[in-house]
Design a protein around this ligand. Structure first.
Ligand code: ZN
Ligand code: ZN
Length: 343
């Protein structure tokens, strides 16, 4: 296949300095493949990168929820992979450090992240390590394929919490991540109670099969809801310190709290309440390579999960800045997708 030398890329030069430019097509390293990008999903972390809240080296090409097709292979990669439809696992642990050997590659300090520490998928082409380009069937819908990466975050958070099947869990915050945790939890047989102030999002989580959804904003109200429903685990998915505090203050006896969102302010913990109620709290960051991606792809390909319902129709790259700014002010109800296919 003949490949061009130049491509379109949305290049971030600094906070809010995003320009669509013509840049060189990346050369895959010997253990990498070159992917012609099909669709890229946008999420909250892209917004934080765009605004500069999350620091990074510039220039950077964002985009980590990538699907596409392999169009070139590095010298060490099997050429039979050419033409494969793939989804990218964008976090690449070093595989060597003590954390990696403890199966904690997701928090590896030497981890590379496509679209964060190396150029991502908001471009016509992206180079990715061979083992992080997962083959997916041609029959998978574009939206299901494009939502595999964020769904893997939800799959990991749920398995990390080790809750007995059939139990009732609570989800606090039903934006992109919270809604996916709900979808995965319901597919795995959990009952879901949701806390979400936004009515559109409450409707979405109910449509996904949640048992009930409330707008409770203070801990007392939330605690009554959790106790009546028999909640055993609470997933904080709003990413705010105020909601993390609500989880701590409202957690019923013997329950655990899983922080998926990342509020930046401190929260207060009362040791007496925490110990007397034997609460537990843990963080769940992204996913572990390779088992979480393997599991998520299997769930979606086998038809047990259809997370694509959370995504909107693909939009052209020219709409990127507008979409990021709409996400920043919470104006979007669905996950935006960018298509890199020529019009
Ligand atoms: Zn994301
Ligand atoms: Zn490592």
């Amino acid at each position: 296949m003949h490949l061009p030398t130049k491509m379109r890329a949305a290049v971030l030069h600094g906070p809010r300095m995003l320009r669509i430019e013509s840049v060189s097509v990346p050369q895959p390293a010997p253990d990498e493949v070159l992917v012609a990008v099909d669709v890229v999903g946008l999420c909250g972390s892209d917004v934080h990168c765009y605004t500069g809240e999350r620091s990074m080296e510039y220039p950077m090409v964002l985009g980590h929820e990538i699907t596409g097709r392999i169009v070139a292979t590095g010298a060490e990669v099997q050429t039979r992979r050419l033409g494969e439809r793939i989804v990218v696992e964008p976090n690449i642990p070093c595989g060597q450090c003590t954390l990696c050997t403890r199966k904690l590659g997701r928090i590896c300090t030497h981890k590379q992240s496509i679209g964060l520490t190396r150029w991502g998928g908001l471009a016509d082409y992206v180079a990715v390590p061979d083992r992080f380009a997962w083959s997916i069937p041609e029959t998978l819908t574009l939206r299901d394929a494009a939502t595999i990466e964020p769904t893997t975050v939800a799959v990991h958070a749920l398995s990390h919490a080790q809750i007995a099947s059939g139990a009732t869990i609570a989800i606090v915050g039903c934006g992109g991540v919270g809604l996916l945790v709900a979808i995965v939890a319901i597919a795995q047989g959990y009952r879901v109670v949701a806390i979400e102030p936004n009515e559109t999002r409450r409707r979405a989580v109910l449509a996904a099969g949640a048992t009930c959804a409330f707008a409770a904003r203070n801990a007392q109200e939330a605690q009554i809801i959790f106790e009546q429903a028999g909640v055993v685990a609470i997933f904080e998915c709003a990413g705010l310190s105020i909601t993390a505090q609500l989880c701590l203050d409202a957690a019923p006896q013997g329950s655990s709290i899983v922080l998926v969102g990342m509020g930046t302010e401190d929260v207060a913990l009362n040791p007496l309440r925490f110990v007397r109620n034997e609460l537990a709290m843990r963080g769940a960051l992204i996913y572990e390579h390779p088992e979480d991606f393997a599991r998520t792809i299997d769930l979606i390909v086998s038809g047990k999960l259809a997370p694509g319902s959370t995504a909107g129709p693909p939009q052209p790259l020219e709409n990127l800045t507008t979409l990021l700014e709409a996400m920043e002010v919470g104006k979007l109800d669905v996950k935006p997708l960018i298509t890199m296919r020529p019009a």
